[in-house]
Design a protein around this ligand. Sequence first.
Ligand code: SF4
Length: 308
Amino acid sequence: MFIYSDSNKRYHTYNYFLKQKFGCKVAKLSLDAGFSCPNLDGTKGYGGCTYCSGRGSGDFAGDPRDSLREQMEQQRTVMEKKWPNCRFIAYFQAHSNTHGSLERMRNCFESVLDQEGLVGISIATRADCLDEEKADYLAQLAQRTFVEVELGLQSIFDVTGERINRCHTYEEFLQGYRLLKERDIPVCIHLIDGLPGETREMMLESARQVGQLHPHSVKIHLLHVIEGTVMAQQWRRGDFPLLEREDYVSILCDQLELLPPEVVIQRITGDGDKATLLGPLWSMDKKKVMNAIDMEMARRDSYQGKRL
Ligand code: SF4
């Protein structure tokens, strides 16, 4: 059996990590604190990443017109029906949640700390929205509660970054990542498989190099083409193909084999908004994709980190 698993999973799931750390089921409450993004507001660019729906990865986050406490309360009720007695991580998900003043960050993050059942906070942002002062603050906050920071990278290749209008380089990502790593703040790095122009080898190389950074965790998303985005226009023009399920499963299993076993795998698919998802439509059957990954790892008699 894989060392970081108490089930049939052959990779280090986030559920397993949370259960080991907190001794119970922990659910993430997705929040929209009203931050923006440097790639939308003109600080770095306008229009955003070509796949961005306008809310970053926050399509499932709460409504920013509601207070953070209201957003938490609404989602908490839903989670508690599913998992009575579960505890919570406040997930600042929409946009770039360190793109603003330190004071604003402090007001947002600290306003939820006294919520019942809260065991930590998770902060999604871009590496180019961090500096020494913000990293010092996050390190102080981590003395008071569990803190993890999610950094979008998507690909280590600058040519891809330019193609998707990411508006930061891999080197800039590394600078922000190091600010957190030096302070022992757990970092979750996001990658996307299936980006335009990327070959299988490029996706594997991104996983390999991310593994060498030894982040706390990784999220691997499948590229989703969402209605209304620049990428939707490119895809309709036939500029790039979408991954087939078999290819995605095979690439994903290769990537798991290249990631160190200690690295927690927070996600290995994507959750597209069904109402606006143009493709790949097979990804809507998430259970089937997850099962196919488990079956392929078992067929290979493989596990996370096998090819290190
Ligand atoms: S960094 Fe995130 S929020 Fe900003 S444009 Fe890209 S996907 Fe959207």
